[in-house]
Ligand binder design. Structure first.
Ligand code: AMP
Ligand code: ZN
Ligand code: FE
Ligand code: FE
Length: 277
């Protein structure tokens, strides 16, 4: 059993990189990837912890891609270095986020809500400021009665305080992952907002833009759909991976090393990352 998709406190996970590795060892995993959202900050710590315990560590990242019909997250897996072009690209990505956040603050201020960016930074602690922190601020001010209400009425996609942010194109993101020595894999393909036919056609295009694989196995993808994604990948000569997308949150549908239908993730998905360098 392995896991090729997990988060730590470097993004929105609950466990520190070291704690995540320790849990993976305790669960008997042979290998684990750390794939935090738009950051490589946890990789050095996780790698050191993995070396100390003997588990195979797959350095990774989960990048947000500019994609309209749905959510497109791209995993960069098996990174061999994360200090060069990848890091400078991530600086740009953070700038896109800050720009977007400031536009959202502006909308709120214009609507008469007393909010400033410093307050959001404080709520976020050392972490990246995101919409969950805006929700927290609206809750704290009594504008909404719950965080979900904040999303439903104000900051969810298409709501009055929502602003979209710039994101990487598939081609740029794949090239950045390749430059860091990794493979570019579509995460949770069910969130793309594409039907099967459209998905197959679009995959051809993405393959030519540098896509290497599909995370067919994910807790939010049913087992029959996962098999279908896997067949499609194989037909196109793409690699197949599986991950739990573990965040350490108290969700019974997410367990390290388990994906579609709660099935353990097959260690053969590690093979493409173990080939001689
Ligand atoms: P951001 O990256 O700052 O745009 O924030 C995205 C995060 O906001 C997601 O990871 C979710 O945690 C949360 N989120 C987005 N849309 C919703 C929604 N409709 N309801 C609840 N949470 C949401
Ligand atoms: Zn996350
Ligand atoms: Fe994701
Ligand atoms: Fe994820």
């Amino acid at each position: 059993m392995i896991d090729l998709h997990a988060h730590s406190t470097a993004s929105d996970g609950v466990l520190s990189p070291t704690e995540l590795i320790q849990l993976a060892v305790a669960e008997g995993l042979q290998a684990i990837a750390l794939t935090d959202h738009d950051t490589v900050d946890g990789l050095d710590e996780a790698q050191a912890a993995a070396e100390a315990s003997g588990i195979v560590f797959v350095p990774g990242i989960e990048l947000e891609i500019d994609w309209q019909p749905g959510v497109f997250h791209l995993l960069g897996l098996g990174l061999k270095g994360w200090t060069g072009p990848l890091r400078s690209r991530l600086v740009r990505v953070r700038e896109y986020r800050t720009e977007r956040n400031l536009r959202m603050v502006d909308r709120m201020q214009k609507a008469g809500i007393a909010i400033d960016y410093g307050e959001l930074i404080e709520i976020a602690g050392h972490r990246t400021v995101g919409r969950p922190h805006f929700a927290h601020a609206l809750l704290r001010k009594g504008v909404v009665a719950s965080s979900q209400e904040a999303f439903d009425r104000f900051i969810g996609n298409g709501q009055p305080f929502y602003e979209s942010k710039r994101a990487l194109s598939v081609g740029k993101a794949c090239a950045t992952v390749h430059a860091a020595g990794g493979k570019a894999v579509i995460a949770h393909p069910n969130t793309l907002g594409l039907g099967w036919d459209e998905f197959s056609r679009t995959l051809f295009r993405w393959k030519h833009e540098g896509l290497d694989g599909i995370e067919a196995y994910h807790p939010n993808v049913s087992l029959p759909d996962a098999h279908r994604f896997a067949s499609l990948a194989e037909e196109l000569g793409l690699i197949v991976t599986g991950g739990s997308d573990y965040h350490g949150i108290g969700r019974t549908d997410r367990r390290l090393g388990r994906s579609s239908g709660g099935q353990p993730i097959d260690a053969r998905f590690l093979d493409p990352f173990m080939e001689a360098a």
